[in-house]
Write a protein that binds this ligand. Structure first.
Ligand code: GMT
Length: 376
């Protein structure tokens, strides 16, 4: 099959998932064409089966805002025609599903019928998409997609609650390549065979307000009062400097390392003992799944799709996103007993195995086939 994938090229979960999916589809024998305004960060080694097409958005003095949807839909039409694409898969509804619908209509004028698969990721529904400025267009473009998928049961419920959706929504969860994590575990053990005396706590995100990273710092502050520990903060984003300020205020800067963005999160996670994700909203929580695949238990909020992957009392704990005290207590309880910690680590890894790439990518292949059948 020839599949065109539209995504955000940044470190956000939707772009990361789209890229991993595309690269895996190539391994399964498909031809994949990525379309975005810059090369997706996780996209490596383009080849005859794996292509990238950049959307150019020319500016003009009249424009206060460049018309990205226009440039994207034009690019979609070109890529579909020039490469005889079979299926168009757009990740994140805004504005991708809308641009895809316009492209579909333009292609129809040329007697080309292309199915659109739209995957909803979270903030396109829960934070941005339901704003009155966008809602009508988002509802329309979801309903006009041939197939709609979303990444968790919780996101499906939110979408049906908040929008007037006529389409069936299928849940296809996010995934990880468990083998990559197993290989990395072995490398980490070779590098560092002795168990460290201090606990390593981690957090990975885009440091946006929804990630609630001041609570990550507050929870860590409580942990380090009881146990020898250090905190790794991985990522970049708008709340980074306020988190750094809070570390200074609390006098724990020497225990917190801000590592910036990384393409190889598994390398940082493999030495970790605990992962913190107290987000106020999280449709899936890919970062939590990546931690679990690295054998790291998770203390997270109980919002959105997080309780679907982080099983309370088994792979970690889930609490209200504002409840710093409970999260701190649960973190300390996991870490205080090495045997208990091992138990949580093993269960986190076993749960992550359910989301292995080999279980999930075939679900997308079936979805593409269904999309093709639906337009016959
Ligand atoms: O986490 C973000 O803010 C980025 C955002 C995105 O669309 O890139 O993430 C959303 O999609 C991820 C991949 O499906 C999910 O793992 C995240 O939970 C979801 N983020 C939120 O719902 C806040």
């Amino acid at each position: 099959m020839k599949i065109a994938i539209v995504c955000y090229p940044t470190f956000g979960g939707s772009g990361v998932m789209a890229t991993e999916l595309g690269m895996s589809l190539v391994d399964h024998g498909h031809e994949v064409h990525f379309i975005a305004y810059k090369k997706p960060v996780r996209l490596i080694d383009l080849n005859q089966k794996l292509h990238f097409h950049k959307v150019n958005v020319p500016d003009y003095p009249l424009f206060s805002f460049v018309p990205y949807e226009l440039a994207l839909s034009t690019k979609l039409v070109d890529v579909v025609i020039n490469n005889r694409i079979d299926v168009l898969h757009v990740h994140y509804a805004i504005p991708h599903a809308y641009a895809a619908y316009m492209a579909k209509k333009m292609l129809k004028e040329q007697s080309i019928n292309i199915p659109i698969v739209t995957t909803l990721h979270g903030t396109d529904i829960t934070l941005v998409g339901n704003h009155p400025s966008y809602k009508t267009a988002v509802t329309f473009s979801i309903n006009k997609s041939d197939i709609v998928t979303c990444v968790s049961k919780s996101l499906k419920e939110d979408t049906l609650d908040q929008f007037d959706i006529k389409k069936r929504i299928e849940v296809i969860p996010n995934f990880i390549d468990i083998n990559k994590y197993i290989v990395q575990q072995d490398l980490c053990l070779q590098e560092n065979p002795v168990q460290s005396k201090e606990f390593i706590i981690s957090h990975v995100s885009n440091f946006r307000p929804v990630k609630n990273i001041t609570n990550v710092i507050k929870i860590f502050y409580n942990i380090q009062k009881e146990l020898k520990a250090k905190l790794l903060m991985i990522g970049e984003g708008p709340d980074k400097s306020s988190a750094e300020d809070l570390c200074n205020e609390l006098g724990i800067s020497h225990l917190v390392e801000f590592l910036g963005n990384t393409n190889q999160v598994e390398k940082n996670l493999c030495h970790s003992d605990l992962f913190l994700l107290p987000s106020s909203a999280e449709s899936f929580g890919l970062a939590a799944l990546e931690a679990m695949a690295s054998k790291v238990p998770v203390i997270s909020s109980n919002t959105g799709g997080l309780p679907e992957i982080n099983i309370n009392g088994e792979t970690g704990y889930v609490e209200n996103f504002e409840d710093v005290d409970q999260m701190s207590k649960k973190a300390i309880s996991i870490l205080s007993d090495r045997k208990n910690l091992e138990n949580f680590k093993n269960k986190a890894f076993l749960k992550a195995m359910e989301y292995d790439i080999n279980n999930i990518v075939p679900l997308y292949e079936k979805t593409y086939q269904k999309a093709l059948d639906s337009i016959k």
